[in-house]
Design a protein around this ligand. Sequence first.
Ligand SMILES: [Zn+2]
Length: 442
Amino acid sequence: MTDEDAVDRLRRLVRVPTVSYADETAIDPAPFDELHEALVEAFPLLHGELILHRVREHSLLFHWKGNSDADPVVLMAHMDVVPVDETAPWQHPPFAAEVHEDAVWGRGTLDDKGSLVGICAAVERLLEREFSPARDVWLSFGAREETSGRDATAAVEELRSGGVTPWFVLDEGGAIAHEAFPGIEPPLGVIGVAEKGTTTIELRAEGRGGHSSTPAPDGPTARIARAVVRLEKRPFGASLPEPTLEMFSRVAPHAPLALRPVLANARRLQPVLKRALLAAGPEAAALVRTTMAVTTLSGSPAHNVLASSATAAVNLRLLVGDSVDSATEHVRKAIDDDSIQLEVVDANEPSPVSPTDDTAFELLTSTIAEVFEDAVPTPYVMMGATDSRHFTEICERVYRFTPFRMTKAQRESIHSYDEHIGVDDWLDGVRWYTRLIEKLEP
Ligand SMILES: [Zn+2]
């Protein structure tokens, strides 16, 4: 398959609008069926040689038998994309996959059809030359990633019931990130080794309600408002998880002179660094603490009716080291009001931290060094959630890395508008997946 053919296949698959919605009944199944058919057409050897296990309605799990019984590798990507906001000012239509300025434009080019088609193209090319991997390779392509649907847990179940214990799992996540760190010139090859957890706690205050002409003090709305203000005044303490400390030491040699000693001695200088990061804006602060945001508020349904109950939802992103229980306790103490009920409505713990000092991580970083010579590979803690968090149940090495160069503007286009991937950048990504599979050892 020539580079040109490969790029055509990427464009073909970006044109299929596999949009998923949180309300699964709103999802049109037709584009997912069409995508499957397009995959069969685009990658005939892959579909001929690998064994396909269907997972729930639309997710795919392919098994590529390797030359040894060594623990297999799982390469992940997802087929669904987030909806397009019709009012967003896309320069080029989101599902046309047009090529402009040596880039393919469209929803999913970065998240995550670039990886989906990149993995398939790598496998197809290897099969063209009758290559077979040194150990089994599984491809897990989810159809409900953007909605945190149940497909990923079903894929894990399928592997578990087949007795599959992966050596490592690779999903989307970090990238070859240009302009990632202020003052640092080379791009960083950031590999997510952990994810923050997501939890929502609903606060509820109850009262008698009644007519608004005769209010009593300290009603439900007043107590909820006070709780919100108290939360704002008592943020979580800062801490630097191990992968973040390691990131600092790995990027230190590339940092501006003034910053170099601070990053190189990050372990010793933790208090200074924490203060600096907390002061450096919301993104930097989110690196070092569990964050909480009050997102929804409710009170009375009418202007002249006292609320008989008022609620506030607190959405938390748990840093590695915190837990749903410890965070709930923090919220309870910060509010300091027994009349307010707390209900954890959604609980996802932070993921375990995958090792960075073993051969699996080394394989990823050496492949980065080979294909992206200027990049500095480093672990980091991801802010967002991916399907791969479910795979931590069957595998202790779960890594999140998308092998494409991305500028800051490209990273910001994900889930937004003007998503596009450089043609050469995508082809480098295909080479990266190809080398990764070639370099596997029994
Ligand atoms: Zn994604």
